[in-house]
Design a protein around this ligand. Structure first.
Ligand SMILES: [Zn+2]
Length: 264
């Protein structure tokens, strides 16, 4: 990540204009991809600007408008979650990275150790204190998400935090000092009273709300009947392919886990 002092207005780039927690998305569901001159956008030139990297040889430039209110010549300001549910994986991944960089820079203006001003450094995504040298990196919080399997059925639960009738696989944050496999075993036990075995890796997905990585596992039921933790869940049950409740959308790793288990 490199901080940019002045934008080159004649060179095409892929633009990540961020206003509060929304991004400028065109009507064709794409990011603006042209010269700054031809965007037709008027904004404060003092807004922080960063080179995020390159995509298809184009520089990816984040312009963090923060709380500036800007009228768009076309398209609209869209929330990250909304875009990630409806757009392709590459766009979602790029926007997730842009959001986490913007969020990191906004929350690391000052040193957590001595309180002096921080500056972003150029050769990696980090901020460094001018005074004491303390260096901070974007926080990434690991969470596990797991499909528990019993006789071809999958354990799905309705979480208190989720709106609507969606049932999903269980998930939880990794605690300090824990392996990911230990988190899987602990979370399933705490939330449903079920003991699992054969915990095995499935895949992972960055989840920028605000800075998680979801690490997905498969696990087999070993013992216990479902007894939900009422602080976390509203309901939980075993489901088969032909009696599924409403489940998460196809962009989520939760859905990939469910599809994987029920396609066997
Ligand atoms: Zn410091």
């Amino acid at each position: 990540m490199k901080k940019i002092k002045r934008l080159n207005s004649t060179r095409p780039a892929l633009w990540f204009f961020c206003q509060q927690d929304t991004f400028w998305i065109l009507d064709n569901e794409q990011l603006p991809k042209q010269q700054l001159d031809s965007l037709g956008l008027i904004f404060d030139p003092q807004a922080p600007k960063f080179l995020l990297g390159y995509h298809q040889s184009l520089p990816c430039i984040l312009v963090d408008l923060q709380h500036q209110t800007i009228d768009l010549p076309q398209g609209q300001w869209r929330g990250l979650r909304d875009i990630m549910l409806s757009s392709d994986e590459i766009l979602s991944a790029l926007l997730g990275r842009a959001w986490q960089v913007a969020n990191f820079v906004r929350t690391h203006q000052f040193c957590g150790q001595c309180g002096q001003r921080m500056m972003t450094i150029h050769w990696e995504v980090a901020a460094q204190c001018r005074s004491c040298g303390h260096r901070a990196y974007p926080r990434i919080s690991p969470a596990v998400i797991m499909a528990v399997i019993k006789d071809g059925q999958i354990l799905l639960a309705k979480n208190k935090r989720n709106k609507g009738e969606i049932y999903s696989v269980l998930a939880g944050f990794v605690e300090v000092g824990e392996t990911l496999e230990q988190t899987v075993i602990r979370e399933v036990k705490e939330e449903t009273n079920i003991t699992v075995k054969n915990v095995r890796y499935f895949g992972s997905q960055p989840w920028p709300f605000p800075h998680n990585i979801m690490v997905a596992y498969l696990a087999d039921w070993d013992s216990g009947d479902i007894q939900i933790d009422p602080h976390e869940l509203i309901a939980a049950d075993w489901f088969e392919r032909d009696n599924l409740p409403e489940i998460p959308g196809k962009h989520s790793i939760a859905r990939q886990l469910i599809d994987h288990v029920l396609s066997d």
